[in-house]
Write a protein that binds this ligand. Structure first.
Ligand code: DLZ
Length: 158
């Protein structure tokens, strides 16, 4: 897929990363997709040298609740940053725009409030197939990209 290999972010083991602590909040709605996003994010963090015991996972019912979940994780002083993972499908979600906009604004506010990166790993697609394509399918796995982005932001801050 064009561009996927060129996405920004670290590759392989990142120096000085072993003490970094990360929270991942995962929406249970469309769990087939969000489980795959989590797996991509988690494996990417391990590859970069983050220790298993330094990754906290927390689940929320739907994408709308990702903001609250991100806040609960961000307020933990020991965490350096948070990834939010969700999947909202327009064709199946009458209030699609409200949910997407609420999460985008919500996690931006959380990020600024706690001065920590909070990454938007939420798929907002028209169809389930488009979501599958981005959760380990032909367009890669957006969970991996979210993990790369978080590590890059944490290193920028340091
Ligand atoms: C209610 C709902 C619908 C219809 N669709 C989705 C979706 O596609 N993706 C998602 O993550 N969540 C969905 N939800 C649940 C909302 O995010 C939220 O959990 C409820 O509105 C309760 O606040």
């Amino acid at each position: 897929m064009a561009g996927y290999e060129n996405r920004p972010g670290p590759r392989g083991m990142v120096e000085g990363i072993s003490e970094v602590k990360i929270g991942i909040v995962v929406s249970e709605w469309n769990s087939q997709i969000t489980d795959a996003l989590f797996s991509g994010a988690y494996q990417t963090l391990l590859k970069q040298g983050i220790k298993k015991e330094n990754i906290i996972k927390s689940k929320v019912p739907g994408s709308f609740e990702l903001t609250m979940g991100a806040q609960w994780l961000s307020e933990k002083e020991e965490l350096d940053g948070v990834i939010t993972l969700g999947c909202v499908i327009q064709g199946e979600t009458p209030h699609f725009d409200f949910i997407c906009s609420a999460v985008a604004h919500g996690i931006t506010n959380v990020s600024l409030k706690y001065n920590k990166p909070v990454i938007f790993g939420v798929l907002t697609t028209n169809t389930m197939q488009q979501a599958l394509d981005r959760a380990g399918g032909k367009y890669g796995n957006k969970g991996e990209e979210a993990a790369d982005t978080l590590v890059k932001m944490i290193l920028l801050k340091k």
